[in-house]
Ligand binder design. Structure first.
Ligand code: HEC
Ligand code: HEC
Length: 459
């Protein structure tokens, strides 16, 4: 062999070795036999966390398995960019922001027309250490929920400088004077900005106290934006203005499309029990990685795809969301008649409702929109549509009015009332006219309807 052919042969041999697949483990024997961890136990969550954080193929697999309808724009965006390794969103820099909550002091400074200012000594939100306990993940998730900016928000900034306007559009403040959901942070471009966080929409103030996980049902983002446009004389497309005026409090169109499909901000109770996430069941809840991916891509998307959150923060956020629990329901009545009524309502619920509201949080598997019959815009929309609506959890439902995915029904009594379905109906949240669909129970005699409402109030 000449020197050249010898070298070629060597290169070829090395290439063959490199290409050779690893031997499969011998049949019938596995390296280690471990009992499967019980779902939602700490050991199980540790295993899930490891796969989500350290295994690209597992993350990609989880994304694909969790998207209910690969054709809607929510799925297409993610399939085209998520967990692709050397391209797409994985190549974005991980952003660990310096961010501080808007405290009472800071709110007062902003209201007095001063620059918000971020104290020099503010450290990045995360110290870079992976938590080692479930409690540690939840605590980190809480910080993300309150302080990781989804994006800068000039409208909220405008409102903070005008406290009366802020109060009017539902930027609520608990007794300690903080503004939960608003932060001052060092933005990606280096400037100091006001931003919004999860807590702006998913926490609410009741009698001066902050209830974390409850939908901010007084928050009227459409009205705030219209107000700012009017005051500043900045132009706005008439069509967009009309749509924003129609949102009403507690609703937001969280998609970037032109579908007319604002949805109610939901309470975040009982999500572990749900087989699908979001009201149209856009995400199959195959495990906690499904929620972590939702949160990772939501943060990345709202930050205009310039940066991505460190994956640990997305996982922590999911753990925090799972940990949220509704405030305890009112104590049961003492009067025997009232107790009997609740028991009767429970029996009726088991017969007529629990087929769909079937899990431990009284939510259930998504149902075809034709079967539930409510406004199909969201279920059939190109943004998140799946052809279905998911029965929401009914934990704390007494405090969750207005009802249904679009927040169209004022009260539980109205949901069950036959008048709601008739042309002369005038009590709909979004104006006169019938609110169709979810007719279950509306043909019952009044005492039965009252009994099921009494039962719902105990959940
Ligand atoms: C501007 C208001 C707003 C902000 C800010 C916001 N959300 Fe939401 N959230 C909504 C709306 C509206 C929905 C309903 C979407 C749907 O069902 O399609 C929703 C749905 C959800 C759901 C699905 C719940 C279910 O019933 O399946 C989760 C989980 C959630 N949000 C968590 C978060 C987290 C975590 C953050 C912060 C990263 C956040 N949200 C920020 C408005 C908001
Ligand atoms: C065929 C399945 C099905 C049956 C039967 C059913 N539901 Fe539902 N329920 C749903 C779905 C799906 C939604 C969400 C619909 C939407 O938002 O458009 C829902 C929503 C609700 C809501 C609104 C919760 C909220 O926070 O907005 C309540 C309350 C409710 N159901 C109670 C009941 C009661 C009481 C019964 C029995 C009389 C019942 N449901 C029977 C599927 C069902």
């Amino acid at each position: 062999m000449t020197g050249v052919t010898a070298r070629l042969a060597l290169v070829l041999a090395l290439t063959l070795v490199a290409c050779k697949k690893p031997e499969p483990p011998p049949r019938g024997r596995t390296a280690e036999v471990r009992p499967p961890a019980v779902p939602w136990s700490d050991a199980w969550l540790d295993g899930e966390a490891e796969r989500f954080l350290d295994d690209l193929a597992a993350r990609r697999g989880a994304l694909e398995a969790s998207l209910k309808n690969a054709k809607n724009s929510y799925s297409r965006q993610r399939l085209g960019s998520y967990a692709l390794g050397d391209r797409g969103w994985d190549t974005l820099p991980a952003w660990n922001p310096r961010s501080a909550p808007v405290t009472a002091n800071l709110a007062a400074r902003i209201a007095a027309g001063q620059e918000p200012g971020l104290p020099e000594e503010t450290p990045p939100l995360w110290d870079g250490q992976r938590p080692t306990t479930q409690a540690g993940w939840v605590a980190l998730g809480r910080r993300v929920f309150f302080a990781y900016p989804l994006r800068e928000d000039a409208f909220v900034e405008y409102a903070l400088a005008r406290p009366a306007l802020a109060a009017e559009v539902g930027i609520e403040r608990p007794a300690n004077g903080e503004v939960p959901g608003a932060v001052v942070f060092a933005s990606v471009d280096g400037t100091t900005r006001i931003g919004i966080t999860c807590a702006l929409c998913h926490s609410a103030v009741e009698r001066g106290e902050l209830i974390v996980g409850r939908a901010r049902r007084r928050f009227d983002y459409g009205r705030l934006r219209l107000f700012v446009h009017r005051e500043t004389g900045e132009s706005i497309e008439p069509e967009l203005a009309r749509r924003m005026a129609g949102w009403g409090p507690g609703r937001a169109d969280v998609t970037e499309d032109n579908d007319e499909d604002p949805v109610a901000i939901p309470d975040l109770w009982g999500l572990r029990a749900q087989s699908a996430l979001t009201q149209a069941g856009t995400i199959r809840h195959i495990g906690p990685s499904a929620l972590a991916i939702r949160q990772e891509t939501q943060l990345l998307h709202s930050n205009h795809q310039r940066v991505r959150p460190p994956r640990e923060l997305a996982w922590a956020l999911a753990m925090f969301v799972y940990s949220l629990e509704p405030p305890p329901p009112a104590p049961p009545p003492v009067a025997a008649a009232a107790r009997d009524r609740i028991a009767r309502g429970g029996a009726l619920f088991a017969l007529a409702c629990a087929g769909c509201h079937s899990n431990s949080a009284y939510g259930g598997d998504p149902v075809p929109v034709a079967r539930v019959g409510t406004d199909p815009a969201l279920a059939e929309g190109g943004a998140r549509g799946t052809g279905q609506y998911r029965p929401p959890s009914l934990l704390g439902v007494a405090s969750a009015a207005p009802y249904l995915h679009h927040g169209a029904v004022q009260s539980l009594e109205d949901l069950l009332a036959p008048e709601r379905l008739a042309p002369g109906y005038r009590r709909g949240v979004q104006g006169p006219g019938p609110v169709v669909g979810h007719a279950f129970g509306t043909d019952w005699p009044e005492p039965d309807r009252a009994a099921v409402v009494a039962f719902l109030r105990t959940l």
